[in-house]
Design a protein around this ligand. Structure first.
Ligand code: GLN
Length: 285
């Protein structure tokens, strides 16, 4: 019997999970989504019969997952820094290594600092910062209106007070075109696209389904990082800081880009896997 037919005939929730040809944790996450039941409920009631609607929804999701669609897009959410973010194919799926970027900004930002995030995607960086630091004034930008809609809905759910107080604002625009002349910030943060356009990883796994312009950036993956580094000094106040996520082999070149843009105190930090992931620098006082 085909997997989908087997699932439609499954006698109970446990049989849906074990018959899905997916890792158990993934199958359970899809079943939670398809049935509207919690993980705890499914564990306690695995021997009960699913409704026909739940089984059909699960069979369809499991089929799409077997065809490679990212789990986060199928269930419409991903956890980041302890909060649940809505995600859809217009935005990059938040990665755990990006939590380092958030932690560094939280440590470095003085009280009431102004912060610019370039390329916010799901909003996971800006929204988490707004939740953790109610004193910050944050402007988050993206070139994609669809991404901004997703980021705004995450903000409305997770930090409504910051939105109401206009301490967190969103604006459309491609890199520096979103910033008005004369606007200056204490901190700028970005997780830009940084993969080389011909990198074979783009044709593998979850990356195939994510927005290409959030992942790839020119022949060497550095186009966006070059634009950001070159433009940041014009938009930062004296002693302002820049925080950039980048690829694990790009630490030296990003340090050089920051050096060429007159940043000082340049350093690269490693993610939980021990890989170069974030480079920071500070403008002279
Ligand atoms: N860290 C992501 C990956 O390698 C890439 C994200 C990005 O380009 N900003 O899958």
């Amino acid at each position: 019997m085909r997997t989908s037919d087997r699932l439609l005939a499954a006698a109970n929730f446990d049989a849906l999970i074990s018959g899905s040809d997916l890792p158990r944790l993934e199958a359970r996450a899809l079943l939670e989504h398809a049935s509207g039941r919690s993980r705890e409920w499914l564990i306690a009631h695995g021997d009960e019969a699913p409704g026909a609607d739940s089984a059909a929804r699960f069979a369809e999701l499991a089929q799409r997952r077997r065809a490679g669609e990212p789990l986060a897009y199928l269930v419409g959410e991903r956890e980041f820094h302890g909060r649940c973010f809505k995600v859809d194919p217009a935005v990059l799926i938040p990665r755990p290594e990006t939590e380092l970027l958030v932690d560094l900004v939280v440590q470095a930002a003085r009280a009431d600092a102004t912060l610019l995030e370039l390329g916010t995607g799901s909003g996971c960086i800006a929204v988490t910062l707004a939740c953790l630091r109610s004193d910050l004034h944050i402007l988050a930008t993206d070139t994609s209106e669809q991404a901004l809609a997703t980021a705004s809905s995450n903000a409305a759910r997770l930090c409504p007070k910051a939105l109401a107080a206009a301490r967190l604002q969103f604006r459309a625009g491609d890199w520096w075109s979103a910033v008005n002349s004369g606007e200056r910030f204490d901190l700028i943060v970005s997780n830009p696209p940084y993969i080389a356009a011909a990198d074979p990883h783009l044709a593998q796994g979850d990356l195939r389904f994510e927005p290409a312009n959030a992942l790839a950036s020119g022949d060497d993956g550095l186009d966006a990082l070059r634009v950001i580094c070159a433009g940041a000094p014009l938009r930062l106040r004296a002693a302002g800081m820049l925080f950039l996520e980048h690829g694990f082999e790009q630490g030296a070149v990003v340090r050089a880009l920051l050096g060429a843009a007159c940043f000082e105190q340049i350093s690269t930090l490693q993610d939980a896997a021990g890989l170069d992931r974030v480079t920071t620098g500070r403008l002279p006082a």
